[in-house]
Design a protein around this ligand. Structure first.
Ligand code: ADP
Ligand code: CA
Ligand code: CA
Length: 427
């Protein structure tokens, strides 16, 4: 009897179930490389996991790769997939060394650096805002010639950490220094002392503000062919900080706008050289109609929860298809057309003022609502949640499904009225 295929899943957080459950649907066993901050007991028990393989992917990637090669030598596995943004370059490298399906290392590096994405989009003739890469906080004035408002952000950030809208040149220096300080605290940048060249990957990007609602596109890619599976609506986020709170799919947009989004997203995959796997692309619709890419991640968005929005709205089993692709197989939706079952929504409970979390009031009632599929809580009582423009986690995420977009909007309004985060009193 042929053994079940085995997939190495790198850094998928075990508090979030979607990718783990999808592996079972795809008939694959998982060798989980747990995230450094994951709970080992929970990781071991996650759906589909047959083996834990702790590796120091962030701290010592060479040793991690050597250990992975050694594990492959003892008993080969059939694929490897990234479970978070930071793991993408390591997984590309491991795939090349082991001869498994994956991205090229060049493409993996491109989607980890917002400056590279901007340059390649511009070279491909796709839409880009004016932008300037600032390599050192003292060089903030390099960006003063852009058309304001602008957005200042880390070149290699996540979750809108350190992303700040700036309305005039007079406020630019302060914002660049604030963003750099957050990169120093969380992304390992140096403190901005004026000596030496900045290390590879460090830097701040300043770009012109794109005015219009935000959307995201989830795609599958296999042998260079891209399928945009779902487009979600994130609404108006005007800053100065960009805390995401809601997504709904399918986005209620005219067919010509959806087609333009698809062209931009497919073009970006080609420009970046993304040929295998799954991607999460964020865009703004300038004036409500003209799509401009913000960034792309070569993984399932939201730690896996974007799977929910795709699965409900399009019927495509995004996470299971991703597992198949990384095992070198063709996605099933290439030959069989699934159908969506409704309107999906995600609500990210806002951090608000932040602090040490006691509990989220109202969640127990929300769990009982028939439209709610899942409530994810990745931080427990006592965890410190820092407010934007800093970031350290979401209090909770509620995933639901509805008969119409209007019903999804109504439920979001209900959640924003009823859920309340309680923090410890500051002493
Ligand atoms: P991150 O990797 O931190 O998510 P993004 O580039 O996606 O970085 O920026 C986070 C958010 O900031 C975006 O979702 C968007 O709301 C806002 N933002 C970033 N760049 C721009 C821009 N040029 N114009 C308007 N909003 C922007
Ligand atoms: Ca990102
Ligand atoms: Ca983003």
């Amino acid at each position: 009897m042929r053994q079940r295929p085995k997939l190495v899943l790198v850094g998928q957080f075990s508090a979030l179930p979607w990718v783990f459950e999808a592996a079972e649907r795809a008939g694959a066993d998982l060798i989980l490389v747990p995230r450094g901050d994951d709970d080992a007991e929970r990781a071991r028990k996650a759906a589909g996991v047959v083996e834990l393989l702790p590796l120091d992917v962030d701290g010592d990637p060479d040793a991690a790769l050597a250990a992975l090669v050694e594990r492959f030598g003892r008993e080969p596995f059939d694929g490897i997939m990234a479970g978070n943004e930071k793991a993408v370059p390591f997984v590309a490298r491991a795939a090349r060394v082991l001869g498994l399906t994956g991205l090229t290392e060049e493409a993996a590096d491109v989607v980890r650096d917002k400056r590279s994405m901007r340059r390649l989009l511009r070279a491909a003739g796709l839409a880009v805002p004016g932008f300037v890469a600032v390599g050192h906080p003292d060089d903030w004035a390099d960006a003063a010639g852009l058309r304001f408002p602008v957005v200042v952000k880390p070149a290699n950030g996540y979750s809108s950490l350190g992303v700040i809208r700036v309305d005039s040149a007079a406020e630019l220096e302060r914002a660049v220094r604030t963003t750099w300080a957050l990169c120093h605290a969380h992304l390992g940048y140096d403190g901005g002392a004026a000596d030496g060249e900045p290390a590879d990957g460090w830097g701040v990007l300043v770009e012109e503000y794109l005015d219009g609602p935000e959307i995201s596109a989830e795609s599958l890619v296999h042998r260079g062919r891209v399928r945009v599976c779902a487009i979600s609506y994130k609404g108006e986020l005007s800053g100065p900080y960009f805390e995401e709170t809601t997504l709904r799919a399918p986005a209620q947009l005219p067919a010509d706008v959806l087609a333009a989004v698809e062209r931009e997203v497919v073009g970006a995959h080609h420009a970046f050289g993304i040929t295998e796997g799954t991607t999460h692309t964020e865009l703004r619709l300038v004036s409500g109609t003209r799509p401009v890419l913000l960034e792309m991640g070569a993984r399932i968005g939201g730690g896996g929860f974007m799977h929910h929005l795709v699965h409900v709205s399009s019927g495509i089993d995004l996470a299971a298809e991703a597992v198949r692709i990384h095992l070198g197989r063709e996605p099933e939706c290439w030959t069989r057309e699934p159908v969506g079952t409704g309107h999906a929504a995600a609500y990210l409970v806002p951090v608000g003022g932040g602090g040490r979390i006691v509990r989220v009031h109202g969640l127990d009632e929300v769990r009982e609502e028939p439209c709610v599929d899942h409530v994810a809580q990745t931080v427990g009582p006592g965890a410190l949640l820092r407010p934007y423009p800093d970031w350290s986690g979401y209090p909770a995420i509620v995933l639901s499904q509805h008969a119409s977009d209007a019903a999804a909007v109504e439920f979001r309004d209900h959640l924003s009225r009823t859920l309340r985060v309680e923090y410890e009193a500051r002493s």
